[in-house]
Design a protein around this ligand. Structure first.
Ligand SMILES: Cc1ncc(COP(=O)(O)O)c(C=O)c1O
Length: 370
């Protein structure tokens, strides 16, 4: 196993001390909304939550997820069969390979992508086929480039739109195309949908809207990004009922779901999703504009993000060297694209989870270097 990439970055950051301004990991800088914290405090006094939580998550939260999905994505869910509460999305994303894959089956993983998919599939002893997200294909995989003999042995295909690290968003044509392929070769499409509420154009759509019988797909969500709740560890999985059921079986052997009071706070969060989503989008939009203006002035190419709080840009020299030199010389940390796989090698990623003041200071420091 390689060291988890962001752990490595964290080590590097510590070497350069307190002054480092971190455009690295996508961990929102703003606190969780007071009303969600209040809901947790109140719920924590309820003895109901001092016992083990139901493996699948509390029904009230599953019902709230169902209600939110219908309103936000026009997708109807069965709260008992098609919804499973997770201890953060990373937990579900990285347990799925054990549920779906036998040794020697193929997992298709985009490159670049969030590193946990590949590492988890490796641990489950699956074969991995990396499909690039080429810039000339608007950061969608060219499905026709995947060899037939790989597709025949594929059991799971991870996608992530809105996309970390590129900032590309969902696209109904792409969803239809990949679902067609999933039907032909009988594999599961997992859409990592944790950035569904951080967008700058149209609200992203659910893949389940295009897989009306929920035969070939599931979606994984998180409270981390929309609600600034990364430390709380709450997420959920929705979609194909067999996959939900099998993931539940797997999880019930190794965990007892999240603390009930956190689940109740999750209900509060979802009831505030419109308001908080809008507020966060405005904040990230302003930050994005500042950084993009700087990059434009410096003639640094970038993809204008349609969603997520990331900016995917092309450094003037080798990405890894550039990011390390920048850290050394300016104490500004930018993630080298190769941390997301071979397909990210020519890029670097800025995470806009840094306060306005710090962005200003960071851009002044970078101005002296570039
Ligand atoms: C694409 C993607 N998926 C999943 C996660 C994990 O989020 P969570 O806090 O829900 O585990 C992240 C976190 O950075 C991410 O970028």
């Amino acid at each position: 196993m390689p060291l988890y990439f962001f752990e490595e970055l964290d080590r590097l950051k510590k070497e350069y001390g307190e002054e480092v301004i971190d455009f690295g990991i996508g961990d929102p800088d703003l606190p969780t909304d007071e009303r969600i914290i209040e809901a947790l405090c109140e719920a924590s006094k309820n003895p109901r939550y001092h016992k083990y939580s139901p493996y699948q998550g509390f029904r009230e939260l599953r019902l709230k997820i169902k209600e939110w999905y219908e309103k936000r994505f026009e997708v109807k869910l069965d709260e008992d069969k098609e919804v499973l509460v997770l201890i953060g999305s990373k937990e579900g994303l990285s347990h799925l390979p054990y549920v779906i894959l036998d040794e020697g089956d193929y997992a298709i993983i985009p490159s670049p992508s969030y590193p946990a998919y590949k590492n988890a599939c490796r641990m489950a002893k699956a074969e991995i086929y990396e499909v690039f997200l080429p810039e000339e294909n608007d950061f969608y995989p060219d499905l026709s480039s995947i060899p037939d003999e790989i597709l025949m042995r594929t059991k799971i295909f991870y996608i992530n739109y809105p996309n970390n690290p590129t900032g590309q968003t969902t696209n109904p044509e792409f969803f239809k195309e990949i679902l067609k392929l999933a039907e032909k070769y009988d594999f599961l499409v997992v859409n990592d949908f944790v950035y569904s509420e951080i967008y700058y154009k149209e609200p992203p759509e659910s893949i389940l809207k295009y897989d009306t019988e929920k035969k070939f797909s599931i979606e994984i969500h998180s409270f981390s990004k929309t609600f600034n709740m990364t430390g709380w560890r709450l997420g959920f999985c929705v979609g194909n009922h067999e996959v939900v059921d099998n993931l539940l079986k797997f999880k019930s052997t190794i965990d007892n779901c999240q603390f009930g009071a956190i689940q109740e706070a999750g209900i509060k969060a979802l009831s505030l999703a419109d308001e908080i989503g809008k507020k966060m989008r405005n904040i990230y939009k302003k930050r994005k504009e500042k950084v993009l203006e700087f990059l434009k002035n410096k003639n640094i190419e970038f993809f204008e993000p349609k969603a997520t709080f990331y900016i995917w840009a092309k450094p003037p020299e080798n990405s890894f060297d550039f990011c390390i030199n920048t850290l050394k010389n300016t104490k500004v940390l930018i993630t080298p694209g190769e941390g997301f796989g071979e397909g990210g090698r020519d890029f670097m990623r800025f995470s806009l989870t840094v306060s306005d003041d710090k962005i200003k200071t960071a851009l002044e420091r970078l101005d002296m270097l570039l």
